[in-house]
Design a protein around this ligand. Structure first.
Ligand code: 3H9
Length: 708
């Protein structure tokens, strides 16, 4: 035993209680498996004990293997200690009951399945989420799970990684009893009921396994679905192979097959990237000068100004989190249109089974449409989401300053404008902050929180904490043009256009980036968002463009022709009534002509050049942003791109991807682009420094954390 696992006995002295106590989530860190094993030996050696209950201390059962250990691992890793432990539990002379509350995830569920019985609190969740980390269950999960729940459910759980509620798990046969009230007391009395009876060993069950032939269709459908829904990911396919092995091989041989697949996944770049993302999503919440203890402002009522697409979506986000919201617009018509859109969105969610009608009815009650500021004195926070124009925003903020109570947070959903200038329209710039939601706001996880020069720490801490409550990932960024995400998106889309102007086909550009793993290609994204949005901004900022620097022109010309993208059924592509895109020969011909007129030499461009030009444009700008301090860490940029811009999580984000390629290589490639293209491709000084020092962005992050 050790201090991570404790053993005690219930008051009648006949049931041993083995408590795993490794905060915060009882991960199976080194020492935990050894502790459990010793406790099993001790209870077997104690003649007064008839059975054991294994339970987690604190908020959860066991959240899995210790992910922090994965980076340090050589072959074998936590499997070496876990596999023998699980056999040891299964072979225990006295029955072992696993008592689950919170989560039994990954190695936690594998541990639970090695017990002879499982009981759970009704709110508990179980699952094999390993694929989300680019790996597969590695401690027999792919072999024991199909024996308990059947092949189809096991494939789904291992390949998709979604959690299952305790009540569903009970229906599936994974949980033997749900326990309302005191879990430990219920587990102990269950243990007493089953003591002395023959205890089932999961690995010996075969009833639900069926045969490979019977399950062939299940595996084929699962592979098909994985290739579509988890495009580019290797782990789901490996998980399916491993479960299939359970139907073909003995338990021991199946475990060996699982071990091979687990090891292959563990040492893959995908797994390293996804583990980086797992910790990154938690790291972004840590702001060096805004410590955890910073007081937060309770946000119980909010208001949103502007009932357009963004404002309506933001109102839904608050309502979904149970926070009542006033939705204001200037005229009845606009407000009605906005509310109708909200109702339609909710109706779609009910249709797709995401929400129940009752849930939606409740949410709609929480959104109160208003035409004036009368009730604004009661709200704790306002999010302004009016049309993107400085003069209008300033008027709105001056109004908010007048009507909101002192202490309320005044946030702007601007995606491009200077938050300090907006703040100056109020008498309390310290209460002003940017909350940049991404469209559709009720779906996208990213929330860029823009720190103004004077934003108070309490305001920042509140918005960071609130983002979690809203189901978002809040990332703090500085106040530069386009903030982090859109500032980087500019050079990325610039390169996509340049490539077309230099001879690449529109479709070839998008295809190369989709094959790289992006959710959409850059030109199709432009069509979706509306090409006119960027066009208007470019026109506004044209005076800032340096003379003699090449600017893309094709998109401006398309806009001049009224081709704004999907909304005008013509943009880079042509769209049918179902918004399905097809290549438009007119665009191809026009771009060729415009390019010839501009004297741009035409050439064949390879998919790898397309990817390098677009992705390294992101990386180079990201490095500048980092150097200038507008993002706190490289990982913050990665999390922004994965959650807001459809960058493939399995590549870890643009900065992690650059590290994986090697910064020297990336730097050299950027130098190659710099020679013919000039200033716009000047390598970012930070990238050059890191490349020359043989370092990575991850090293930069570590140095930042150490210096903080
Ligand atoms: C596995 O099990 C492989 C097996 O097949 C065995 C192979 C041999 N390890 O998320 P939170 C930390 S793979 C280490 O903010 P919540 C987390 O970083 C694993 N650390 O809380 C954070 O640290 P910090 C399969 C972990 O309440 C703190 O705990 N399991 C682990 O919002 C709190 O976490 C999974 O993939 C871990 N396993 O959510 C489950 N888990 O405070 C991964 C968490 O320093 N975990 N931490 O930032 C989760 O999904 C969520 O953490 C959980 C709690 C739902 C459990």
């Amino acid at each position: 035993m050790n201090n991570l696992v404790k053993i005690s006995k219930d008051k009648d002295n006949d049931v041993a209680i083995i408590t795993i106590d490794n905060p915060p989530v009882n991960a199976l860190s080194p020492g935990v498996p050894e502790g459990i094993s010793a406790a099993i030996d001790e209870m077997n050696g104690d003649p007064s004990v008839k059975a054991a209950v294994v339970i987690g201390a604190g908020r959860t059962f066991v959240a899995g293997a210790d992910i922090k250990e994965f980076g340090k691992m050589t072959a074998g890793g936590p499997r070496r200690s876990l596999l023998p432990l699980l056999l040891h539990i299964e072979d225990s002379g006295k029955p072992v009951v696993m008592a689950i509350h919170g989560n039994a995830f990954g190695g936690g569920l594998e541990l639970a399945m090695a017990g002879h019985y499982r009981v759970a609190s009704p709110t508990a969740q179980v699952g094999q989420p390993e694929v989300k980390l680019g790996i597969i269950p590695g401690a027999g999960g792919t072999q024991r799970l199909p024996r308990l729940v059947g092949v189809a459910k096991a494939v789904e759980m291992c390949a998709e990684g979604k959690p299952v509620s305790a009540s569903d798990a009970a229906t599936l046969g994974l949980i033997d009893r749900l326990i309302d009230g005191d879990l430990l007391a219920g587990a102990v009395s269950f243990a007493r009921e089953i003591a002395g009876k023959p205890a089932p060993k999961t690995r010996e069950l075969t009833e639900k396994l069926g045969t490979t032939a019977e399950s062939a269709a299940v595996f084929a459908a699962a592979r098909d679905s994985a290739r579509k829904k988890q495009r580019g990911l290797k782990a789901p396919l490996a998980a399916i192979d491993a479960v299939e092995a359970a139907t073909r091989l003995s338990f021991e041989e199946g475990c060996q097959a699982e071990a091979r697949l687990f090891t292959e996944c563990l040492f893959s770049d995908q797994s390293k990237a996804l583990i980086h993302v797992f910790f990154g999503e938690r790291e972004v919440a840590k702001i060096p000068d805004v410590p955890k203890e910073t007081p937060v402002i309770p946000v119980n009522r909010v208001a949103v100004v502007g009932s357009g697409t963004m404002g309506g979506g933001i109102a839904m986000v608050f309502a979904n989190a149970g926070i009542p919201v006033l939705l204001k617009d200037v005229d009845e018509l606009a407000l009605n249109v906005g509310m109708d859109k909200i109702r339609k969105n909710y109706a779609n969610s009910v249709q797709r089974g995401r929400f129940t009608q009752a849930f939606v009815d409740e949410r709609l009650q929480m959104i109160k449409p208003v035409l004036n500021y009368d009730a604004f004195s009661e709200v704790d926070m306002v999010v302004e989401a009016v049309f993107e124009g400085m003069a209008l925003k300033k008027t709105v903020f001056a109004d908010l300053d007048r009507v909101c109570r002192r202490g309320a947070i005044l946030a702007s959903n601007t995606s491009t404008l200077n938050i300090d200038e907006i703040a100056e329209a109020t008498s309390r710039p310290e209460a002003v902050i940017g909350t940049h939601f991404f469209s559709p706001a009720n779906v996208m996880r990213l929330l860029e929180i823009v720190r103004g020069k004077k934003s108070r720490k309490e305001v920042i801490a509140t918005c960071m904490q609130l983002s979690k409550k809203l189901g978002k990932i809040g990332v703090l960024v500085g106040n530069c043009r386009g903030f982090v995400g859109n500032r980087m998106f500019g050079p990325y889309r610039r390169e996509a256009q340049f490539l077309v102007e230099e001879g690449a086909e529109v479709e070839a550009v998008d295809k190369a980036l989709v094959e790289f793993g992006n959710a959409m290609g850059p030109l199709a994204t432009g069509d979706l968002a509306g090409l006119d949005v960027g066009w208007r901004i470019r026109k506004e900022y044209r005076h800032l463009e340096k003379p003699g620097i090449r600017q893309p022109f094709a998109e401006d010309r398309l806009c001049e022709m009224g081709r704004y993208g999907q909304k005008t059924v013509r943009g880079w592509y042509r769209y049918d009534e179902n918004r399905r895109a097809s290549v438009d020969p007119e665009v191809t011909a026009l771009v060729r002509k415009w390019s010839a007129d501009a004297g741009i030499p035409q050439r064949q461009i390879s998919p790898s050049e397309i990817v390098d030009r677009c992705i390294y444009a992101l990386v180079n700008e990201g490095a500048r942003i980092l150097d200038e301090g507008y993002a706190l860490r490289a990982v913050d940029i990665d999390i922004i791109y994965i959650n807001g811009y459809g960058f493939p999580a399995y590549r870890g984000g643009p900065m992690w991807h650059a590290d994986t390629v090697g910064l020297q290589k990336v730097y050299q490639r950027i130098c190659e682009f710099h020679r013919p293209h000039g200033e716009i491709w000047e390598p970012a000084p930070l990238l050059q420094r890191l490349a020359e020092a043989g370092k990575t962005f991850a090293d930069f992050d570590k140095e930042q954390v150490a210096a903080a």
